[in-house]
Design a protein around this ligand. Structure first.
Ligand code: GAL
Length: 790
């Protein structure tokens, strides 16, 4: 017996030793991550694998590497991988192992953020809706049902990655893993503090039990930090943040490179100057690992966007745009910064350091010294004035407002965060040249509403108005609620519906009488619409739609959707009293649309005869449209321009591109009128700036990844138009970019136009900065900006 068990053990030990020998050892100390015994300064960027396609991954990763990144970070998307309990999906853009292998092949490190609660503007923060069906389930708290499911999924992912040898100790790229996400932001807002604390400690213990061989991190977990994890910072700036423990490095897991977009909001832009400022300040103040959230934002395909109201585009104003193209000057300006920081890796992570404020806390010099060399940072946090700073050697340096100068030898400024030396590129759609699919030939088919307007059976009946997520299991955006009532004579009423959103269509006796949605991404709203009842049986049919489930906040999962509880009433228009309260009538339910059951989007042969040609109805709600088109030539990404359409879903060759809603006009906000990189950038309030697309359709262009298209044969676009729109204006185009060269920093207050004439048509030119030039334009900042467009 003994001999039999000894031999395999010896073999196992040998195998393990071989794995360790070929692997990378990852540890940390108070200064940085320590990889194979060396402290490392690391720059990372988030690329979420399901927000692009496997065909795009190598190019995105290569561009990230060329942009000076060492690591790629991604969340893991639980509800994408386990859409139904114990039914898994690791195919296509959910092939997580393939993604990490691409990172490895590129010679980069990876950071694995399992969560599995991930926030991320992702539907339900990544948690599968079926969790709610498990009895006793309380999300993100200390209770067996949740912890068991979380552990089962975490272990599944870890085992999968171990099997593929993806962890650093196995020779793979993963050097860090994360458990939970920003729990510190919500834990004191939960009802049961003790349970919250027990839960987060359980998370750390469960994670450590996984034996992944690399450290575990928790982001935004400043209080009650479990002992065996590294807590990290998220935000637009993390220079003022330091971990309380001195034996762990200062890590920034999310430096937001822009912001996400919602259907009711314009586009956010965070300037390259401000991001560079924040990164430089972070490394000035002992930072050692920084991750851009997002480096490539990508697309919320299908029903993956969170919210409610997160758009299908998750462009994020990231250094790589939604289509994977390089966004300048952000990409180049940050690349230049990475090069400089890398050249200082040794001194920053091993040197002694001294911070000296220069007369004012807004101005700080940090000097790192090691052996006989030194490196300096000079930061100026004033948002309205440049400063002159004299260093030890007597040399004076002018540091522009809201910027950091980096002097790798404390003598020469190698980089200033406000001075851009790189090109600007702007994504353009050149009409006529790039648009190759104008004038598509459309056919159409009505959505079959009939079953929900009559006595045909729904899925089941109940004498109450049910919550939508629980009822539909989030397998569709749509849930039908239908009831009927007997009435004598003809009468006019007001139909009153109280709903927790997100969108509602009301029909009486088969006629659409009203549509409403929660304004500004809210939830609860009331619909009041005039209706006419006839003598006899009357049908009230209500279609409730979700637009991405909430992904953030304490107890976000408790936020209901749909007409839960109502009331639904018919109100007398004269007396304003309730004539019929239908809230506890017999309601018949059906989740999903007839077309969803038939899979109309797949354009199956058996349905072909259903498509109608001839005159295409426009502005007709609940209509399916189909067109075939030839793919634009080349390898460039393709965009579908859906201007003219209302709200719905779009597919190309059966691939769901996401919800569309170009009829939603983005709000006009204060930030639409100010744009100055100087001063704190925020996603709300006074920090909002440089917004674009104000008062315009909030998302008009939809990404059609190349791999969804077939060259040389017809491609099919199917639209489900729910609100009514005009498909005949839609087109597909190549996305192209044009380059503009920006020769100096962005203007704080003035755009100088008079230099234009002197420079047009020349490769170089001289612009004289004279006093009258300044006075003439009423500028008092003393900063001259020249912008050259090629
Ligand atoms: C963070 C969160 C991310 C993402 C981000 C905003 O708080 O951790 O998942 O939601 O905000 O884009």
């Amino acid at each position: 017996m003994e001999r039999v068990s000894w031999q395999p053990l010896a073999l196992l030990l040998l195998a393990a030793a071989a794995a360790v020998a070929s692997g990378t050892e990852v540890g940390y100390d108070g200064r940085s991550m320590v990889i194979d015994g060396e402290r490392r300064l690391l720059i990372s960027g988030s690329i979420h694998y399901p927000r692009s396609t496997p065909e795009m991954w190598p190019d995105l990763i290569r561009k990230a590497k060329e942009g000076g990144l060492d690591a790629i970070e991604t969340y893991v998307f639980w509800n994408g991988h386990e859409p139904r309990r114990r039914q898994y999906n690791f195919e296509g853009s959910y092939d997580i192992v393939r993604f990490f292998k691409e990172v490895q092949d590129a010679g980069m490190y990876a950071i694995l953020r399992i969560g599995p609660y991930i926030c991320g503007e992702w539907n339900y923060g990544g948690l599968p809706a079926w969790l709610r069906d498990i009895s006793g389930m309380q999300f993100r708290m200390h209770n067996n049902p949740f912890e068991q499911e979380m552990e089962t999924f975490t272990t599944l992912i870890v085992d999968k990655l171990k099997e593929a040898k993806m962890f650093a100790g196995q020779g793979g790229p993963i050097i860090l893993s994360q458990i939970e996400n920003e729990y510190g932001n919500v834990m004191d807002k939960l009802n049961n503090d003790e349970s919250a604390s027990e839960y987060i400690h359980w998370c750390a213990a469960m994670a450590n039990k996984q034996n992944v061989g690399v450290p575990w991190i928790m982001c935004q977990q400043d209080q009650d930090v479990p002992p065996n994890v590294i807590n990290t910072c998220n935000g637009f700036y993390c220079h003022d943040w330091f971990p309380k423990r001195t034996d762990i490095p200062k890590i920034w897991t999310e430096n937001w490179t822009g912001w996400f977009k919602a259907w009711d909001k314009p586009d956010f832009h965070r300037s390259a100057e401000d991001i560079a400022f924040s990164v430089a300040m972070f490394f000035q103040t002992r930072g050692s690992l920084q991750n851009y959230y997002m480096y490539h934002g990508g697309t919320n395909f299908g029903r993956t966007s969170g919210g409610p109201y997160i758009t299908t585009s998750y462009d994020y104003d990231a250094p790589l745009d939604e289509y994977g193209k390089i966004r300048q000057p952000k990409y180049g300006h940050l690349k230049d910064l990475h090069n400089v920081l890398k050249s200082m890796e040794k001194i920053l992570l091993h040197g002694d350091y001294k911070d000296t404020t220069m007369g004012n806390t807004n101005v700080m010099v940090t000097k790192y010294t090691l052996d006989n060399s030194s490196a300096c940072f000079i930061s100026n946090k004033f948002d309205d004035k440049e400063v002159n700073v004299t260093l030890d050697d007597g040399a004076t340096h002018v540091v522009p407002a809201w910027s950091v100068s980096i002097l790798p030898d404390c003598k020469t400024v190698a980089y200033n965060s406000a001075k851009i030396k790189t090109q600007t590129s702007v994504m353009v759609k050149r009409p006529g040249v790039e648009t190759v699919t104008d004038g598509l030939a459309w056919s159409w088919m009505p959505e079959n509403l009939h079953p929900f307007m009559t006595d045909e059976k729904g899925n089941f009946r109940k004498n109450e108005l049910l919550e939508q997520i629980a009822t539909s299991g989030d397998q569709s955006d749509y849930l039908w609620y239908r009831t009927s009532l007997e009435h004598k004579g003809e009468s006019n009423y007001k139909l009153h519906v109280n709903t927790t959103g997100h969108e509602l269509y009301a029909f009486v006796n088969g006629k659409l009488v009203g549509r409403h949605y929660a304004p500004n991404g809210g939830f609860v709203f009331q619909m009041e619409t005039p209706v006419k009842l006839h003598s006899g049986k009357n049908y009230i049919s209500l279609l409730s739609a979700t637009i991405g489930l909430k992904n953030y906040g304490a107890l976000f999962e408790m936020m209901p959707a749909g007409i839960v509880g109502g009331p639904v009433k018919l109100v007398d228009t004269v007396t304003n009293t309730t004539a019929y309260d239908l809230s506890n009538s017999s309601w018949s339910y059906k989740a999903g649309l007839a077309g969803e059951y038939r899979e109309t989007h797949l354009d199956k042969a058996k349905d072909r005869s259903q498509w109608r040609g001839g005159t295409i109805p426009v502005h007709r709600p609940f209509t399916w449209y189909k067109a075939t088109f030839e793919a634009p030539t080349g390898e460039e990404p393709v965009v579908a321009d859906l201007l003219g359409l209302g709200k719905g879903v779009v597919w190309v060759n059966g691939n769901n591109l996401g919800r569309y809603w170009p009829s939603y006009v983005a709000a006009d906000m204060d930030g639409c009128r100010r744009c100055d990189y100087r001063g704190t950038f925020m996603a709300d309030g006074d920090g909002q700036k440089c917004l674009t697309g104000c008062n315009e359709p909030s998302q008009r262009f939809y990404h059609v990844p190349r791999s969804f298209l077939k060259a040389g044969e017809p491609n099919t676009m199917v639209l489900f138009e729910e609100a009514g729109g005009d498909p005949t204006r839609a087109s597909a185009s190549r996305a192209a970019s044009a380059a503009r060269t920006r020769a100096a920093s962005a203007s704080p207050r003035q755009r100088w136009r008079r230099s234009r004439a002197a420079c047009v048509g020349k490769e170089s030119c001289t612009v004289r900065h004279t006093e009258d030039f300044r006075a003439g334009s009423g500028c008092d900042s003393g900063v001259l900006t020249v912008q050259a467009t090629c």
